[in-house]
Design a binder for this molecule. Structure first.
Ligand SMILES: [Zn+2]
Length: 352
């Protein structure tokens, strides 16, 4: 029986490689998902595709998703026939402060590319005093306080929630991260909520919570170079806002609105782009799903996972992205890649 999981070694610097996991689709012999602990740009994507195809040329459809942890696994040994997956010699676990900066860079680099990142955004996201890492019982209390329903319900639900961002004026919102269920991409998602325009949270907003989450997650994945994202506890991982994100992606690919419209609506509350997004939302059933952690549409932005309870199945993801390899590629140590933090590398163009 063929192995359906393994490790890839991607060039990191002159001496070392990064070890990352891949998962072959069980249904599609051309499809493989590579799980990355940090945001990737186009150069990384080409590197990943090249490394996967060097290992298995039949894998022509490579998807990129998130690893379950932020740990960067470095190895100075190359795989050999007898040791196809050498153990990493060094595992770098980014600190909380590192992760705050990594998430800020993911969002900041992305919005800078489109000219949408303001001094206010930068100053809000630089303020780490609003990013909280409570212990689990403290997190459950926050789910109870910001979600809906009885504490017992919050307790059952909390493990599936990656994080919460409280409502309020930009700059006053607080993020609470689930100590057992989050990574740097979760924080990038919450950072977007921290700078989301207040009109999106106002009573009477025409954008449903599902559309707001779809926009948030669309930008998170676009900024991070992920084709889809997963979250959850072991054995119960699921796709993060899958339907909501697909609704936004489909609207963009069908020309109902643009990714620039998403940013203008989300960050500025601009009228015409909002009208286009509301129009698309109202024409799609899938855009109308509420936030599963929220009983009050604009109060809580619990970042939960669609379809949790189902085993995670990368091959079921539909946002495949096929890349052709161009020569002369070069690896970048991108924003958020661990020990060598380098500034501002462009992520993928926001045209997908
Ligand atoms: Zn959210």
């Amino acid at each position: 029986m063929a192995r359906n999981k393994g490790h890839l070694y991607l060039p990191y610097d002159e001496q070392r490689s990064i070890q990352v996991e891949y998962v072959h689709s069980s249904r599609d012999s051309a499809k493989t998902t590579v799980l990355m602990p940090f945001a990737v740009n186009d150069n990384w994507r080409r590197e990943i595709v090249a490394a996967m195809q060097a290992k298995d040329p039949g894998r022509t459809t490579i998807q990129i998703s998130n690893a379950t942890s932020n740990a960067i696994k470095l190895s100075s040994r190359r795989p050999t026939a007898s040791t196809p997956s050498p153990e990493p010699e060094m595992v770098v676990e980014p600190t909380a402060a590192d992760n705050n900066r990594r998430a800020q860079n993911i969002v900041g680099n992305y919005l800078t590319q489109s000219g949408m990142y303001t001094d206010q955004h930068r100053s809000v996201l630089s303020d780490d005093s609003h990013v909280h890492r409570p212990d689990y019982s403290g997190f459950v209390s926050q789910v109870a306080a910001n979600g809906a329903g009885a504490p017992a319900q919050a307790f059952a639900q909390a493990q599936h929630v990656e994080a919460i961002t409280t409502p309020g004026p930009v700059g006053d919102r607080d993020v609470y991260l689930n100590p057992n269920n989050h990574n740097v991409f979760t924080l990038a998602h919450e950072d977007l909520h921290r700078i989301e325009h207040p009109s999106l949270q106002a009573p009477g907003s025409r954008l449903t919570p599902g559309t707001v989450e779809g926009m948030t997650e669309y930008m998170t994945q676009d900024a991070s170079g992920l084709d889809f994202r997963t979250g959850g506890v072991p054995g119960q991982r699921g796709f993060t806002y899958r339907n909501e994100t697909e609704a936004v992606r489909n609207s963009i690919s069908s020309g109902q609105y643009t990714s620039q419209d998403v940013q203008r609506t989300y960050l500025r509350g601009s009228q015409s782009p909002t009208d286009r997004i509301v129009g698309a939302q109202n024409s799609q059933a899938t855009g109308n799903q509420g936030n599963v952690t929220s009983g009050q549409s604009y109060v809580s932005h619990g970042n939960s996972v669609q379809g949790y309870g189902q085993p995670w199945n990368p091959s079921a993801a539909t946002s495949a992205f096929t890349v052709s390899i161009s020569p002369g590629r070069q690896a970048y140590q991108d924003m958020g890649s661990g020990p060598a933090y380098q500034p501002a590398r462009p992520a993928r163009p926001p045209s997908r």
